[in-house]
Design a protein around this ligand. Structure first.
Ligand code: G4P
Length: 192
């Protein structure tokens, strides 16, 4: 998505070897108009699919997921991160390890909000190592629902997230911006 790439070039900041800071428009301060256009882009990219629900993880996935849900006219459910290690019978749960933060979060979705009949679009802000996607897939699988694909705002193609997701059977991943590398503090995008 050209507008997103231009915004990343204008307002993103590369931190160290592999982190892109986009907190001025994506995951701290939010540009709602851009977010809405990204939601529409996800809806267009998956227009060939029947989707009954959008699933994401708090916190930063919620904004793009809500905009995708708005464009698709379906409910959005976000997995909550919980410090509790105690499994409830009332929730589907999965462990998600964050390489960036070096912590494990249990993510949970109340069983009332996922049914075996659901056709689910997964949404997240970043695809890095793929652990969040794998955790969401685990939960949707527990519900017996179907995943139609995953929509990602920013994919770092030089990290193993897509491969890890593909190996887990998540084969349809649409990313609005794909970053091939950071070179001298500059973002280099994958050629479309
Ligand atoms: P993974 O889910 O693809 O495996 O990602 P990883 O463990 O590497 O990253 C963990 C967290 O760091 C995720 O947020 C992810 O969105 C975020 N992250 C990964 N790479 C970048 C990056 O280059 N820039 C920024 N800004 N964030 C990145 P999270 O823990 O779920 O946090 P949040 O949703 O509560 O913000």
């Amino acid at each position: 998505m050209k507008e997103l790439e231009e915004r990343i070039q204008a307002d993103g900041r590369v931190l160290g070897a592999d982190i892109l800071k986009v907190d001025s428009f994506l995951n701290h301060q939010i540009d709602p108009a851009l977010m809405q256009r990204m939601g529409q882009e996800f809806a267009d990219l998956f227009a060939d699919q029947t989707i009954t629900k959008v699933v994401t993880v708090e916190a930063s996935g919620i904004a793009p997921a809500v905009m995708a849900g708005l464009a698709l006219n379906v409910p959005v459910v976000f997995a909550r991160k919980s410090k509790s290690r105690i499994l409830s019978d009332e929730a589907f749960a999965a462990d998600v390890y964050s390489y960036t933060k070096q912590t494990t979060n249990q993510i949970r979705i109340d069983k009332r909000f996922l049914a075996a009949t659901d056709q689910v679009l997964l949404i997240d802000d970043f695809l890095a190592n793929g652990q969040a996607l794998l955790g969401m897939k685990d939960i949707v699988d527990q519900a017996g629902a179907t995943i139609v694909g995953a929509g990602i705002v920013i994919e770092k193609s030089f990290q193993p997230g897509r491969d890890n997701a593909n190996q887990a059977g998540l084969t349809r991943i649409e990313s609005l911006a794909k970053i091939a590398a950071f070179e001298d503090g500059q973002v280099v995008f994958d050629q479309a």
